[in-house]
Design a protein around this ligand. Structure first.
Ligand SMILES: Nc1nc2c(ncn2[C@@H]2O[C@H](COP(=O)(O)OP(=O)(O)O)[C@@H](O)[C@H]2O)c(=O)[nH]1
Ligand SMILES: [Mg+2]
Length: 274
């Protein structure tokens, strides 16, 4: 083989390698739909920025905001943005502050009804870096997870600007939950999650009971019992810069006793299998 011929063949081989190897997978990916659910209560300082940020990402995410009648007018901001993003931006308004858990359950049902393939949980306050949505998606799409978790505690503690008492509480709460429930997950209270459709479909959402951190634990515990493949994606969690936290002591104690209830309940419950 002459040298030029050899080089041409080599070049073609490299070129061929850099092409999408399976056109079927590519076109399937392109038609897959992703919905990011953002629950809000008084997030007027954050909501517009986070919506615009997500819509600039390389994946065509849709957003569903679930606002619990925020007195600061968060929902009105979302409505005005809907004129700009009529197809991608959705809003459910509820009467009053009913808690994160019920907001997400309403969002999951809406997502299933509207045929999304991947559904995400994300806070409005930029504690979760929206860029990481792509990494959560890749864990489900490419690595075959049914649930991927943006995890603060995979290696050490990746939390920026949280007061020390909150870091310690969250870290030891996660350890406590691991011991009681036997879950092999480092960040059991994480609220940055991607669900594959088949998991949400089979999850028996009407049986999810808790509202705050316990809700997050309950979703992961249920997924584990169903035999879901769960992948933790390490993330850096940054304390909110704008607005204030809505989490309360009541939500914390719900979690402390909630995990014991979850564990005891699991002795008699038959979970749907994936
Ligand atoms: N719809 C709804 N959203 C809520 C409620 N409580 C908190 N949120 C939202 O849930 C996300 C997490 O709450 P946040 O106050 O940041 O909790 P923290 O990060 O644990 O301090 C934020 O986007 C809040 O606006 C609620 O009762 N209803
Ligand atoms: Mg927050």
């Amino acid at each position: 083989m002459r040298k030029t011929e050899y080089l041409c063949t080599k070049f073609r081989f490299i070129f061929w390698q850099s092409q999408p190897t399976n056109p079927q997978i590519m076109s399937q990916n392109e038609s897959e739909r992703c919905l990011v659910i953002i629950p809000t209560y008084n997030e007027k300082e954050n909501i517009e920025n986070i919506i615009r940020y997500v819509f600039k990402l390389s994946e065509p995410f849709h957003i569903l905001v679930i606002d619990d009648g925020s007195p600061d007018g968060t929902a009105a901001i979302v409505k005005s943005l809907q004129n700009e993003f009529p197809e991608q931006l959705h809003l459910i308004e509820r009467e009053g502050k009913m808690g994160l858990g019920t907001a997400y359950i309403a969002g999951f049902r809406w997502s299933l009804e509207h045929n999304y393939d991947y559904t995400f949980e994300m806070d409005a306050d930029f504690s979760h870096n929206p860029d990481d949505l792509l990494r959560l998606l890749a864990a489900c799409r490419e690595e075959g997870a049914d649930m991927s978790i943006g995890s603060r505690y995979v290696s050490g503690v990746n939390v920026v600007n949280w007061p020390m008492d909150r870091v310690l509480m969250s870290y030891f709460a996660s350890k406590y939950v691991r011991v009681i429930t036997g879950m092999d997950i480092h960040d059991t209270t994480a609220g940055f999650v991607c669900y594959k459709r088949r998991l949400l479909e089979k999850m028996e959402l009407d049986k999810i009971r808790f509202r705050g951190y316990a809700f997050q634990i309950e979703m992961k515990f249920t997924a584990m019992k169903m035999g879901a493949k769960i992948i933790e994606v390490p993330i850096i969690f940054t304390n909110r810069v704008l607005g204030t936290s809505k989490m309360s002591g009541g939500i914390f104690s719900e979690a402390v006793f909630g995990v014991i209830k979850l564990k005891i309940g699991s002795w008699t419950r038959i979970y749907p299998k994936l």
